[in-house]
Design a protein around this ligand. Sequence first.
Ligand code: ZN
Ligand code: MN
Length: 510
Amino acid sequence: MTDVLVSFDDALASFDPSFGLEVHVELNTATKMFCGCPASFGAEPNTQTCPTCLGLPGSMPAVNAKAVESAIRIGLALNCEIAEWCRFARKNYFYPDMPKNFQTSQYDEPIAYEGYLDVEIPSLNGVGTEVYRVAIERAHMEEDTGKSLHIGGATGRIHGADHSLVDYNRAGIPLIEIVTKPLTGAGKRAPEVARAYVSALRDLLRALGVSDVRMEQGSLRCDANVSLRPLATDEQSQDQVPLGTRTETKNVNSLRSVERAVRYEITRHAAVLDRGEKIVQETRHWHEDTGVTTSGREKSDAEDYRYFPEPDLVPVAPTRETIETLRRTLPEPPAQRRKRLQAEWGYSDLEMRDVVNAGVVEIIEETVGAGATPAAARKWWAGELARRANAEGKGVDEFGVTPAAVAELDGLVRAGRLNDSMARQVLEGVIEGEGSPTQVADARGLELVQDDGALEAAVDQVIAANPDVAQKVRDGKVQAAGALIGQVMKQMKGQADAGKAREIILSRLT
Ligand code: ZN
Ligand code: MN
């Protein structure tokens, strides 16, 4: 069934949207949250399990200290209060991928609470950015579940499957769940703010070094909830209007999907409310391919998970000293770091935004450190390699091209050995595994002809062969020189410096 929607602008003409985000992030600790099993991704199914993470009788959990440290650092980076004393709790429910029949989580005593993250979105007037402060409700520790694989259906979903398999390698991997407060006041920019928040959070977690933050591999997973309330009348402020009923869209696992899913739900809610109907409080499934949500299960506020304090684990009680020691390990905040690097590299706002969106800030930093100019580093990583990565669904770092190789390539261009099209061919060779840029250039015989005599001779021949064009240039139509440059490059089999060819042509004709 397809939903009836109203346009986004029409929705905003009658309603004020609120949204909230729940992000689950898998920590990159060596071992699981409550046992010594490896926490690495991609092993053969059910090879990384033990009695504790399989929930076998008599097994005893113990808290992973490294995971607690990461949780505290995340809390501090999100400007949260850190609990001096908190416990784990059992969240009881049945699901085949959760062998204990409860998830060890935190309930009313989260390790971190009451924080915020400032996120930037481009200003509407196109100049600079605006800051939106996302209020953080809590960040708590818990464990991941296993993974069900549904076999035999067309979609990989349980409907239509012949049978299901369970892999418990993921069961017990440390998770931090980060929950925002209901976020209001973003108006029509709500979808963008939602995306910007997840993006900023991902940057922050990456800078902290606590997670791989790969949305496509599920190490960062996002649920987005949305509600609409009527616009305030003249007599009231918007804050006086109670929030509407919310829906929660599960597993929105790319930045683009976060924005699309929030936008979709705003338009769907508006249509339901316009018809005078009520929003059903429920979870929704996001469909990446069609860009719509469909109904999941109804979800009341007071779902009874029969939470109770975990009796097998001691409380977590970090001393103030420990917390302050961890605070000193926090990296420069990503937004501040981006500003500093943008100034150092001389990038425009737009260039910096492309670089950030392509996720290549760190790699550019390394490339510049290896001797490339910032402009060249940006051109290769945010241009050529990002384009390829996008087309092939890979990361830019998966082509076997290193920052050092890009710096070397840029060195060859600046030394006048390669022109742009040659440099592209050299990069191609590096990707093909033919060696370093210098080795590829040598092996493929790519080198600009440095002999000015040969270039001048070619120019003279081309001028003689194209008297009409040459006359145009003499008459002041300098653009016409382009055709001559093309001819010269052809004659030199592409191995000439086009800039130099242009200089010689103009010196001959003007
Ligand atoms: Zn285990
Ligand atoms: Mn959770």
